[in-house]
Design a protein around this ligand. Sequence first.
Ligand SMILES: *[C@@H]1O[C@H](CO)[C@@H](O)[C@H](O)[C@H]1NC(C)=O
Ligand SMILES: *[C@@H]1O[C@H](CO)[C@@H](O)[C@H](O)[C@H]1NC(C)=O
Ligand SMILES: *[C@@H]1O[C@H](CO)[C@@H](O)[C@H](O)[C@H]1NC(C)=O
Ligand SMILES: *[C@@H]1O[C@H](CO)[C@@H](O)[C@H](O)[C@H]1NC(C)=O
Length: 376
Amino acid sequence: MTTMKAFVCHPQGFPTLVLFVLCSMFLFLLVARPEREIFEVSPLLLKLFNNAQSSPGSAQALQSTPDFEWGSALKEGKESKFFALQSPTPPTASTRHPLEVVYSDGYPFRLNEPDKCQKISPFLVLFVITEPQDIVKREAIRKTWGNENSVPGISILRLFLTGVHPRFGSPLQNLLEEESSIYRDIVQQDFLDTYNNLTLKTLMGMEWISKFCPNASYVMKADSDIFLNVEYLVSKLLQPHLPPKKDYMTGYIYRNTKPIRSKAYKWYVPKEVYPNDTYPPYCGGPGYVFSADLAPKIYKVAQTIRVINMEDSFMGICLHELGISVTNSPWGLFNVYKLTYEKCRFSKVVVVHHFGPQELLEIWPRFQDRNETCKS
Ligand SMILES: *[C@@H]1O[C@H](CO)[C@@H](O)[C@H](O)[C@H]1NC(C)=O
Ligand SMILES: *[C@@H]1O[C@H](CO)[C@@H](O)[C@H](O)[C@H]1NC(C)=O
Ligand SMILES: *[C@@H]1O[C@H](CO)[C@@H](O)[C@H](O)[C@H]1NC(C)=O
Ligand SMILES: *[C@@H]1O[C@H](CO)[C@@H](O)[C@H](O)[C@H]1NC(C)=O
């Protein structure tokens, strides 16, 4: 595997970008293993399940079609180096549940951009959650909503956050370093990039702001499969003409949701990891925005509490610990469900979930076209 880059990615005389696309397609096929599908978050199912908990009949129906068996996954995991890779001297290694997220004060950076904020204080930092192999997704995002120059007069900084691929860590690392040397927009820490470690990526972002960009005003945490209307986010919600808000976090707000206690779901949260029956209010993971003053607070408080495997719920837990509430946003701005593209509708939303790279690239020129007017 380690020689893959050598023979796949360096035929003489190819421009690097063409190589990128070829390599990424190859790696996508390589890495797109069958179980990938079950690692996709489905907020709809989550909601269905939460609703179902109050009506036992439908809960049973849902449970009869489990899409993932944690029991066997955990049993397999124990035998593989996947779980053996836990840090050598964890504080409570013998008592820790395998799904508990291992976190103390962060992991070492493998790729970093420590100088990005030396000369500028960005108004908005875009943290885009990706996996190491998501080269095609990153390309599409750079060309669409991730464009740092999309809002005139507003300084925007885009960074992709990633961990280390659990199986193809080393061949992908070479590619990632190459991509990083071209775009200088990737930050990576030394933890396994798995669904259950997602929280670590957000915490890496909090650490990065605290250490390398304390003067930023706002941060948008975005998944890689969303449509994001940065212009509307800036003008409607963040309002650059006003002083930056403090202790502010908003998005699609979930209230009174319960942890999923069934091992049949990939959102399973064991009582040992999070004992309470409900989560504090939190913003749905696909896209939420917060004032950058929260980053060091969350980074600090996360070191003192048990980190759970649900990234978005965990942000709510951190805010709860800090005594800070989420802020409501105008109805309909953050959409955790898919909406069909329509220029007028999309010019008045901030986030729409479930947009893959092809679809993004397809709608973006039309969305940007000033001639295509919107009268409503
Ligand atoms: C999370 O990452 C750490 C550090 O690489 C690793 O020890 C742990 O097994 C990972 N956890 C999961 C559930 O993948
Ligand atoms: C950040 O803000 C502080 C106070 O406003 C200022 O002294 C410092 O120079 C700023 N740093 C950067 C890197 O802009
Ligand atoms: C969990 O429950 C305890 C006991 O009721 C409460 O003190 C604590 O604030 C709760 N934590 C969260 C995150 O809701
Ligand atoms: C928009 O309209 C102007 C004037 O009608 C025209 O010159 C321009 O080519 C149009 N742009 C696009 C992208 O269609």
